[in-house]
Design a protein around this ligand. Structure first.
Ligand SMILES: *[C@@H]1O[C@H](CO)[C@@H](O)[C@H](O)[C@H]1NC(C)=O
Ligand SMILES: *[C@@H]1O[C@H](CO)[C@@H](O)[C@H](O)[C@H]1NC(C)=O
Ligand SMILES: *[C@@H]1O[C@H](CO)[C@@H](O)[C@H](O)[C@H]1NC(C)=O
Length: 348
């Protein structure tokens, strides 16, 4: 406390007496923080508590107690260097014990152990003491108003957005449908080919099961870890799709055509994009990166639609002409191949 220079000693004494009367004993003063916010991306939370007028700067003379609704959750006894933790907060600790002597009595704990509400931080230094309160709040997508500007560190944008989750689920559904449709087309329209069809159907069934698991894990809100695992189930099994596509082309076209390779290339590109998006999503939290995954899946779904149309036209042509596509391209061999395919048909 700084007083004007020409201050009479008597007035100074009076002020000090008044101060002592008001506070009982000298008070510790805190830098004020009304509330802190966390979202699903905070795995740990820090409850701030900073004393600005320590005198001794020696944690041996200090005692810190963190309370919630009157219950002591954590305390640090500097004289004995002893820590107490309530059983509900086993991860609680001072943010930094070294910095306690500088006035930092902030508490760090796992987000899952910290309920929302008012926490009080009580600090004692010899015979001086003080208390401050901080309100821990959870920000969810739901209580993010439209009025908040979408700034880069907008807390509202940091969770997996519900709409994006829905879009991902829909794309996954389309991919699954397009694959089964390809298999259906082969089964119904390409009678000339029947080998390996079962393997393709089994592969497709496995992918379908994984996709259902993915959507179930992914769509439920709240737990960011489960959401990330779900996203893994969305992206990683997609590698099966490239193999499936290759075999589908191989079954129908016998030799995979240039068109076929271009389509598989397009799908691989989509997969790589989705994979990069996934890697970014698990290393950071922002949901903007989900759009990278969405872009990758969209490319894959688009490719699957093209592949379906391609298989449809290839098989239709085969059925109409009773001639494999290859024979059309090589008219000289037409007769021979036709005989072959008829023989193959008779086999089945
Ligand atoms: C949650 O994380 C953000 C960003 O890392 C951080 O600024 C914020 O202080 C954290 N919230 C709490 C309560 O610790
Ligand atoms: C802190 O206080 C304790 C006891 O009051 C004393 O033994 C110790 O030397 C002090 N440490 C420092 C760094 O002043
Ligand atoms: C915490 O305290 C403030 C004011 O003291 C109050 O407005 C707020 O509602 C309290 N928060 C909870 C979760 O009780």
């Amino acid at each position: 406390m700084s007083l004007p220079a020409p201050c009479p000693p008597l007035l100074l004494l009076l002020l000090l007496l008044l101060g002592a009367l008001r506070h009982g004993s000298a008070q510790l003063v805190f830098s004020p923080v009304d509330f802190v916010e966390r979202d699903a991306c905070n795995t740990t939370v820090v409850l701030p508590c900073h004393v600005v007028n320590l005198k001794e700067h020696n944690d041996s003379n200090m005692f810190v107690a963190w309370k919630k609704q009157g219950i002591v959750l954590f305390s640090f006894d500097g004289a004995q260097q002893r820590v107490y933790r309530h059983e509900t907060v086993p991860s609680a600790n001072l943010l930094s014990q070294q910095d306690l002597s500088k006035g930092t009595a902030s508490l760090k704990l796992k987000s899952s152990e910290a309920e929302d509400g008012n926490y009080s931080c009580e600090v004692t230094e010899l015979n001086r003491e003080g208390e401050t309160k901080v309100d821990l709040r959870t920000v969810t997508v739901d209580n993010c108003g439209e009025e908040k500007a979408p700034t880069p560190d907008n807390k509202c944008g940091r969770q997996f957005d519900f709409m994006e989750s829905v879009v991902i689920s829909v794309l996954l559904f389309l991919i699954v449908v397009f694959y089964w449709a390809q298999i259906g087309v082969i089964a119904l329209k390409c009678e000339t080919v029947h080998k390996n069809k079962t393997y393709v159907a089994v592969g497709c069934a496995i992918f379908t099961v994984l996709a259902v698991i993915a959507v179930v894990l992914f769509i439920q809100g709240g737990n960011i870890t489960i959401n990330k695992v779900g996203l893994g189930f969305v992206v990683l099994p997609a590698v099966i799709l490239m193999v499936l596509q290759y075999y589908i082309f191989k079954i129908v076209l016998v030799d995979v055509t240039r068109k076929g390779y271009i389509l598989i290339g397009l799908q691989s590109f989509g997969f790589v994009v989705a994979l990069v998006g996934f890697a970014l999503c698990i290393s950071a939290c922002p949901s903007e990166l989900l759009s990278v995954v969405i872009a990758g899946l969209a490319v894959m779904a688009f490719e699957d639609l093209l592949a379906l149309l391609y298989m449809y036209t290839s098989c239709s042509r085969m059925k109409d002409h009773q001639t494999p596509r290859k024979a059309v391209e090589e008219p000289l061999n037409e007769l021979k191949t036709e005989t072959e395919s008829t023989a193959e048909m008779n086999d089945g």
